[in-house]
Design a protein around this ligand. Structure first.
Ligand code: SF4
Length: 448
């Protein structure tokens, strides 16, 4: 049961951030607000008086993870009889009533509209509920949790697409862009703190500005960001296939813009893509990839796919395997289909057995691991620019970094050996001689 607390004492806060990069930005905004309100931020829930859990509610495995973290927090509360638990985020936005019934020990709940009032929520003070999903801007406090070399910048919230399997529009509402001056001002501030790489994130980054009636909004934003001195790399994550324009591919030839595109294609078989309400089947997607690679032969492409969607039989899955073999992506992630209440394909049920879904995911990753390993061959012997992120925890003699062709947290890294470790900054861009490769990672030296 929510307890009577000595509010004075409720000063140490631990925040657990679950889910995607966009959720991490929301967590960093909550941390920034709490720091500004003089809370002590601690890394472990065992050290905290208040535990804040920022949940993901996108698919079943994410909700399972959130329940496990909530249970762990409740155990910790029961153990000490003096902790407060606040649960926030997408899972709460979707299923607050059932969560309240399942976890009566939790002290307060907030979805995605009011987490900027985290201070009042901790203190149990009342506040006016906002209508829309909270979207921060350059004036919002934010405490970065990523390495000093890079940061995510969320440029919008919500999504106006209607992919039949996706619950995001139900959770976050329609697409809302931040304005260009606000994103640029935030980027400038981050660079002034030493950030060298900015990763633009949203649910659909290529849709940016359309709700503001901007034509080619993302290109306009990139033009603005290119003017920021000392900003080394700009990366575009979460693109939508049909929104990749020639003008976007044009501006991506700029040195500062990573020659990297993350384009979730989801599936290839026309019967499945139609049921998914996705515009491009495999044939059209391969044509788009050909157009992109003709414009920019060195571009690196990441995608994500869904296996086990209702109706995906042996033939449809064979088609997907052949698509992956032909497309030769540099990086690829696979989700197994999770039926989501409220989505337009929910009534199709979940006919593909879990074991079959898991095997199909492995099959696709097996095909991809061969392609990734072969693709990595092209870096051997090259001297490439790497953003230094730090040293390897397990082996301090090795530094770790990434090339423009590797996005943070999802793609491989570069293990770097050097005699000059002490003089290399953890957010500098260095020339690295690539000497070895793995399926996803690379090995290299810095010889200055
Ligand atoms: S574009 Fe992405 S976030 Fe939007 S509905 Fe489709 S899958 Fe969901």
């Amino acid at each position: 049961m929510p307890g009577n607390y000595n509010e004075e004492k409720m000063k140490r806060v631990a925040l657990v951030s679950l889910g995607c990069a966009k959720n991490l930005v929301d967590s960093e905004v909550m941390l920034g607000i709490l720091e500004k309100q003089q809370y002590d931020l601690v890394p472990e829930i065992e050290m905290a008086d208040v535990i804040v859990i920022n949940t993901c509610g996108f698919i079943h495995p994410a909700r399972q993870e959130a329940r496990d973290v909530i249970r762990k927090a409740i155990l910790e509360k029961t153990r000490t009889k003096s902790k407060k638990i606040i649960v926030a985020g997408c899972f709460v936005q979707r299923s607050q009533d059932s969560l309240r019934k399942a976890f009566p020990e939790v002290d307060a709940w907030t979805g995605v509209t009011d987490f900027d009032k985290i201070g009042q929520i901790i203190e149990g003070k009342s506040y006016k509920n906002a209508k829309n999903c909270f979207l921060y801007d350059h004036t919002s406090p934010r405490l970065l949790s990523t390495p000093p070399a890079w940061a995510y910048v969320k440029i919008s919230e919500g999504c106006s697409k209607s992919c039949s399997f996706c619950a995001i529009p139900l959770i976050k509402g329609p697409y809302r862009s931040r304005n260009i001056p606000s994103v640029a001002e935030e980027a400038r501030k981050l660079v002034s703190k030493g950030i060298r790489e900015i990763n633009l994130v949203s649910q659909d980054t290529t849709f940016y500005g359309k709700d503001l009636r901007l034509k080619d909004g993302l290109v306009l934003l990139l033009k603005e960001l290119l003017n920021i001195d000392d900003l080394g790399w700009i990366r575009i994550l979460y693109s939508y296939p049909e929104e990749i324009t020639d003008s976007l591919l044009e501006i991506m030839c700029e040195e500062k813009i990573c020659s990297y595109l993350d384009i979730p294609f989801q599936h290839s078989h026309p019967y499945i893509t139609k049921r998914m309400k996705r515009g491009l089947d495999g044939k059209k997607s391969l044509k788009l990839l050909k157009r992109i690679r003709k414009k920019n032969p060195d571009i690196v492409i990441r995608t994500s796919l869904v296996v086990g969607f209702p109706g995906e039989g042996k033939q449809e899955f064979r088609d997907l395997k052949s698509f992956v073999a032909q497309a030769r992506f540099d990086h690829l992630g696979v989700f197994i289909y999770s039926p989501e209440e409220g989505t337009s394909c929910y009534e199709l049920g979940d006919p593909v057995k879990e074991s079959v879904k898991m095997r199909r995911k492995e099959d696709i990753m097996d095909i991809q691991s061969v392609i990734s390993y072969e693709n990595n061959r092209k870096y051997i012997g090259l001297s490439i620019e790497a953003l230094i992120e730090g040293t390897l925890k397990e082996d301090e003699s090795l530094m770790v970094g990434r090339g423009q062709f590797q996005a943070p947290e999802v793609d491989g890294i570069i293990f770097i050996s050097t005699e000059e470790r002490k003089t290399i900054l953890f957010n500098s861009i260095q020339k690295v001689e690539i000497t070895g490769r793995d399926v996803y990672d690379l090995y290299g030296n810095i010889n200055r």
